[in-house]
Design a protein around this ligand. Structure first.
Ligand code: HEC
Ligand code: HEC
Length: 163
């Protein structure tokens, strides 16, 4: 008798806990949350060869530099027409890790004059991954450090927790 009256309450509490957890997870400012790309054009043009990297993972200067050299993009020609290039650049710069109101943890330790083209070469990224065993990087399903989603299953949703 006691158990049956308690169960619905327990379920309710569990559901509430899950709701709180999910809601809590969706808050920007979590250490491992980097708001994903929401701009349609950026998603269309920058997510075919790899995930659309969150714009807050690089400073504005990096995005400008990268978007200025899309014809030689890590060995690929990723060039776009001038109008699309300008629109995507604007989106990335507006949401860059050093844009007003942003405080991207990944940019810690980066000097203001630096404009790296790789997230995977940021001092903070390197530090976050220095305990990842060598055998993980050489796994067949990983292939490259830039293949974030191989290890961070929710990378495309902006979550980069340890999983
Ligand atoms: C034609 C394929 C292609 C397209 C389209 C493309 N990229 Fe890339 N991108 C690459 C390759 C290849 C690399 C290197 C990946 C590696 O090292 O494994 C790369 C790497 C990157 C990196 C660095 C990843 C790291 O190592 O930290 C960023 C940032 C990036 N791309 C952003 C963009 C943006 C922004 C766009 C859209 C304007 C874009 N890419 C479109 C092929 C592409
Ligand atoms: C081979 C697997 C692997 C790949 C590929 C990988 N990571 Fe990670 N990443 C990890 C692991 C494991 C940790 C946790 C390390 C620890 O806690 O010691 C981590 C930690 C992180 C963190 C810190 C999370 C936190 O809790 O603050 C960020 C951010 C991150 N990774 C981003 C990236 C990005 C961006 C890429 C792709 C450019 C990437 N990672 C590629 C395995 C990987």
């Amino acid at each position: 008798m006691k158990a049956t009256t308690l169960r619905p309450l327990a379920l309710g509490v569990a559901a509430l806990a899950v709701t709180v957890l999910l809601f809590g997870r969706a808050q920007a400012g979590d250490d491992d949350y980097y708001a994903p790309v929401t701009d349609a054009r950026t998603l269309q043009e920058c997510a075919s060869c790899h995930i659309a990297f969150p714009p807050s993972m690089l400073p504005a200067a990096s995005w400008k530099r990268m978007m200025g050299g899309l014809d030689q993009h890590f060995g690929d020609d990723a060039s776009l027409d001038a109008e699309t290039t300008a629109a995507i650049t604007r989106y990335l710069v507006d949401h860059a890790g050093d844009a007003p109101g942003q405080a991207s943890k990944l940019l810690r330790g980066l000097r203001a004059a630096d404009a790296p083209l790789r997230i995977t070469e940021l001092p903070k990224w390197v530090r976050e991954h220095d305990e990842v065993p060598r055998s993980d990087w050489t796994r067949k399903d990983v292939g490259s450090k830039a293949n974030c989603a191989a290890c961070h299953i929710d990378a495309e949703k902006g979550y980069f927790e340890d999983d």
